[in-house]
Design a protein around this ligand. Sequence first.
Ligand code: ADP
Ligand code: ASP
Ligand code: MG
Length: 407
Amino acid sequence: MARIVQKFGGTSVADIERIKIAAEWVKAEVEADHQVAVTVSAMAGVTDELVGYVDMVSSLYDAREYDVVVSAGEQVTSGLLALVLQNIGVDARSWLGWQIPVFTDSAHGKARISRIKETQLVECMEKGQVPVIAGFQGVGMDNRVTTLGRGGTDTSAVALAAAVNADRCDIYTDVDGIYTTDPRIVPTAQKLEKITYEEMLEMASVGAKVLQTRAVEMAMKYNQIVQVRSSFSNKPGTLVVNEEEIVEQELVSGIAYSRDEAKITLVKVLDKPGVAAAIFGPLADASINVDMIVQSVSEDGEATNLTFTVATNDLERTVTTIKSNYKEIGYEKIISDSKVAKVSVVGVGMRTHAGVAQKMFQTLAEKSINIQVISTSEIKVSVLIDEEYTELAVRALHSAYGLDSGQ
Ligand code: ADP
Ligand code: ASP
Ligand code: MG
């Protein structure tokens, strides 16, 4: 007998028919005598709709109320799946984040799970009942509902699996595993049998939304084996595992992209000590994550241009925050552009092989794609380009690194 946590994403609970299919996946594990806990996302599209309502009310909203609104989708699916399970003879009940509780910090809209009180869930599982947990939500230090950032049910799943000491954490989605790149834009992408935590962490952090970054971080921390598989087919999925378990390391394991990027340039910022702190300090205080940063060389020793990127939905707050700190920063002009995308090449093999970045720049040059910003880590190279060329860039890179199936 094993203990299993199953997670069903939005498309896997998109309507009542899909919820019935998800229930069959749960029932199969229960019938195999496993102890099962389930966590669910909102029905596909529902969270976007809820976010849309908040945006209609105000763009600079109170994040605590945003969380109350956008966490609602998961409440509906947890109740519905529990009902459907009961209908097919599986003992089940729903749980909301605060009932467990799933404790988080108070960073509303992108809260981190600090602790899960697992006692009641374990009791429930031990008596053969399936807890159906609303994903994406928790309760903050301020005793108010929090959400974990978009795609957060993946993190709920891994955190629950670690908390109840699960043998497996199965992430059911609409693709049958993790591919060398998004199979929806590159049909020749190849499914990976296994991927390391480290590579998946980089892939997720640069935009491969098949798993939320924090879910991978947590899996790595607790050595939790995660399987990504499809609720639409019976095919085996992809395992996210430790590096030692992968015998043959590829130089480049995948290409990822993110359209959720916005670029901000501060023109003629004074070239003096403390300016970067004056810009990025207030942004950090406003919980705005800054990603890529470049500063141009100052020609006259007095002023430089500074460019950086943030998530698209933080753009408006970023510009407002910078403008309200104008006096401390001092710049001539602020320019923003949300029509940009980040494309990244990821692979642990990069540690020991030179030339990966050069191949990326060469490939993009051959397609006449201009690189606006570059950033690198030990196992990743990312470039910022015009959003219009995202698919072209991803396809060209996928084939340049020999990742196309049949290559
Ligand atoms: P869910 O609603 O189940 O959480 P998501 O839409 O969040 O599903 O994540 C699954 C999607 O991730 C796939 O439909 C696919 O388009 C996308 N994706 C991006 N990169 C990859 C990749 N490397 N491998 C597989 N899927 C990927
Ligand atoms: N429903 C949330 C979202 O759409 C959480 C999730 O699906 O993981 O972001
Ligand atoms: Mg997701």
